[in-house]
Design a protein around this ligand. Structure first.
Ligand code: SAM
Ligand code: SF4
Length: 326
């Protein structure tokens, strides 16, 4: 069992497969000075499996693949097929662009629930945000997953000047489709030019939705980062991930493994420990994992003030989101 000094049990591992991506989302990938990891420093498929197995022996029962874009890995079939043999709930966060190509793999691996990132329902705006022309392909991917009876969560990062005006359109989507929209508060990472003025908070979202719809609060599950709601009679739901305005660290069960094989005990942790390097040197990584978890800070890597509006993004020691793995 992986327990930290605050008694929090950790059973959920997010593995980043790469820091590269076929999109260039403004809030995720630094527009300047982006240096990608050298290929020989990335975990290879069998190393991912070996490290994941150790986490599973230590009590991890859920693994999410992320990145960068996980589905661009050339060896994605080997990675997913191997991880699917572990006794875990295996899942994925993807931009959706390559879903159609890899659908047989995802079905074969028994992946039931998939998170697709989509910040706008307007093709032109999609191109502005991701710097790629992919709206139709991502929308088709969502439809394809629904046709195959997958549980689809749509991750939408809200930013005041980008997509505040689409909140009701996304909520409307949850009425007419069995989709689970998750509004994510914009978070600061290295190189993403975060400003607190761009954050759309839970309160602002609820105030807006309430003026238009009758809302029902759903019960949140243990360790849930999202506060769930439903519009009366809707096929789907919507939720808000309140990392900035109402952090949910007290109940955190998540750990991260970067694509270059370092454990991060928190999304905002400044400290990282080398698992891959030690594994390659034949060292026992179990102790390193336990030590890292024990050192986890109470809240947000110990790097944020109580009021997120006072956060100074250039003082936060971290990586860019694309190289952490969200
Ligand atoms: N490429 C995949 C995707 O886009 O779903 C997986 C990696 S991406 C880093 C994982 C999630 O992090 C996405 O839902 C993305 O929208 C979210 N994300 C990236 N930068 C963010 C930021 N600055 N604030 C909040 N969420 C962010
Ligand atoms: Fe790529 Fe996902 Fe980051 Fe967009 S959010 S740049 S799709 S990793």
């Amino acid at each position: 069992m992986l327990v930290d000094s605050f008694g929090r049990k950790h059973d959920y591992l997010r593995i980043s497969l790469t820091d590269q991506c076929n999109f260039r989302c403004l809030y995720c990938m630094p527009q300047e000075h982006m240096e990608f990891m050298p290929p020989n420093e990335l975990m290879q498929a069998n190393e991912i499996f070996q490290i994941a197995k150790i986490f599973v022996e230590l009590g991890v029962n859920k693994i999410r693949l992320t990145g960068g874009e996980p589905l661009i890995r050339k060896d994605i079939i080997q990675i997913v097929s191997q991880l699917a043999t572990l006794p875990v709930n295996l899942t994925l966060t993807t931009n959706g662009y390559l879903i159609e190509k890899h659908l047989p793999l995802l079905l074969e691996a028994g992946i039931q629930s998939i998170n697709i990132s989509l910040d706008t329902l307007q093709a032109n705006k999609f191109k502005q945000i991701t710097q790629r022309d992919g709206f139709q392909k991502v929308w088709n991917a969502i439809q394809l997953l629904l046709q195959n009876n997958r549980h689809v969560k749509v991750n939408t990062v809200l930013m005041k000047d980008k997509n505040y005006d689409e909140i009701l359109d996304f909520v409307n989507l949850s009425i007419h489709h069995p989709l689970h929209i998750r509004f994510i508060e914009f978070m600061p990472f290295t190189g993403n030019e975060w400003e607190h003025k761009q954050v759309v908070t839970q309160q602002e979202i609820l105030d807006l939705v309430r003026t238009n719809y009758d809302l029902e609060k759903l019960t949140d599950e243990k360790h849930d980062t999202a506060k769930k709601y439903k519009i009366k009679g809707a096929q789907g739901t919507f939720a808000i991930i309140t990392t900035m305005s109402e952090p949910f660290c007290g109940d955190c069960n998540r750990l991260r493994l970067t694509a270059d094989g370092k454990i991060k005990n928190c999304l905002f942790a400044a400290e990282e420990s080398h698992l891959l390097q030690n594994l390659r040197n034949g060292k026992d990584i179990l102790t390193i994992i336990k030590q890292s978890i024990w050192q986890k800070k109470a809240r947000q890597g110990g790097q944020f003030p109580d009021n997120f509006k006072e956060a100074e993004s250039d003082k936060i020691i971290n990586r860019s989101m694309i190289s952490i793995g969200g």
